[in-house]
Design a protein around this ligand. Structure first.
Ligand code: PAF
Length: 201
């Protein structure tokens, strides 16, 4: 079973072994996440280590979005992450990530964050980049892996790493789909049978 850590201090105190690969998640892990973790395992190698972060980031949820009902399934997540090859699950509290409350200073996605999905979710990508930047600092990985499913997210993360000189390799991992082609997503569980059919379009 992967080690479960909750604080930055625990993570810092952990002796580092070889190349570190990180998979960031908001939990509710499914096969798409498991594929990310397996790819991270390959990237880290047998001598390296794989860290999976589980953190539901309030900063990236808009008013009226599903922050309160977002699925929280830590026990099952630890099992899924471990079976896929994770060495560590880092599941910090909101206070651990944002000790001063809502951060005054944030990373902004700039013009890339206000088109496509960002057009209807103002501030979403700023919230994503702020927590990704923080988690990159806390976990200090050699490589961080993100799903291609969230294409705009992957693009703004790549751009942040380049523009702000993050010393990390960002790797995009192909989307895992259901048999009928729908991309695996923790939020698919919200879909009614009708919406589930429409989603295939
Ligand atoms: O893709 C996600 O699950 C989240 O947006 C991420 C990258 C973990 C940041 O909270």
């Amino acid at each position: 079973m992967a080690d479960l850590l909750h604080t930055a201090a625990e993570l810092r105190a952990r002796a580092r072994a070889g190349r570190r690969a990180v998979v960031m998640t908001m939990g509710a892990l499914h096969e798409g996440h498991a594929t990310l973790v397996r790819t991270a395992r390959e990237a880290a190698g047998t001598d390296g280590e794989v860290v999976v972060t589980v953190f539901v980031n309030p900063l990236q949820f808009g008013a009226g979005e599903d922050l309160d009902r977002y699925p929280r399934t830590l026990e099952a997540d630890i099992k899924t992450a471990s079976q896929a090859g994770a060495d560590v699950v880092f599941a910090p509290s909101v206070e651990e990530v944002y000790p001063g409350g809502e951060p005054q200073v944030r990373v902004t996605a700039g013009p890339m964050g206000s088109v496509l999905e960002g057009a209807t979710r103002p501030g979403h990508f700023d919230g994503v980049l702020t927590v990704v930047a923080k988690l990159l600092h806390l976990t200090a990985p050699d490589v961080a892996l993100f799903g291609q499913k969230d294409a705009q997210q992957l693009a703004v993360i790549r751009r942040m790493a380049r523009d702000l000189n993050f010393d990390v390799e960002i790797v995009g991992v192909p989307t895992v789909r259901e048999d009928d082609g729908l991309a695996r997503s923790s939020r698919n569980r919200y879909l009614s049978p009708g919406e589930r059919r429409t989603a295939l379009a």
